[in-house]
Design a protein around this ligand. Structure first.
Ligand SMILES: C[S@@+](CC[C@H](N)C(=O)[O-])C[C@H]1O[C@@H](n2cnc3c(N)ncnc32)[C@H](O)[C@@H]1O
Length: 133
């Protein structure tokens, strides 16, 4: 993964190494497979008294519009919260919520349970909350 970080982006390498250290100390469960097929079982496997959050970043863009809609229907029927971070336009139901942007820089949209909350830099380098500023 470190080899995928662009040269000169030392902050990203530092963040990645710190995250890997946390993961090594407390390894998460990692399942291989298609997210549409796996997400329901993963949520159902979580302890009943926990607050379950489904989070994804730059992933649904690889699905067709029909698959994104299927994932939306699946996740919304599950006992969980849903935090998405995808490019503008990837989740069309968020588009009408988006405020005008003051720059052409690449932006992701962070949403909680289908409420758009912020623009984010594509690699987590910025977070601009809507309505704060
Ligand atoms: C651009 S990377 C994003 C990685 C990471 N989430 C991030 O924000 O840095 C896209 C990831 O989506 C995964 N992906 C794409 N389609 C998927 C699917 N149908 N099921 C599960 N993972 C998928 C790819 O394997 C890849 O790891």
């Amino acid at each position: 993964m470190a080899a995928l970080v662009w040269p000169g982006q030392d902050d990203r390498v530092s963040r990645l190494r710190a995250a890997c250290a946390i993961a090594a100390a407390d390894p998460p469960i990692i399942l291989a497979g298609d997210l549409i097929e796996k997400v329901a079982d993963l949520v159902e496997a979580a302890p009943r008294d926990s607050t379950v959050v489904v989070f994804h970043s730059a992933v649904l863009t690889y699905l067709s519009p029909a698959e994104r809609a299927e994932f939306r229907t699946t996740v919304r029927a599950l006992p969980c919260h849903w935090i998405s971070q995808e490019g503008t336009g990837v989740l069309p139901w968020l588009t009408e919520q988006l405020p005008e942007r003051d720059s052409d820089a690449a932006r992701m949209v962070v949403a909680l349970d289908e409420v758009a909350l912020a623009y984010a830099g594509p690699h987590g380098q910025s977070l601009d909350w809507f309505g704060v500023g």
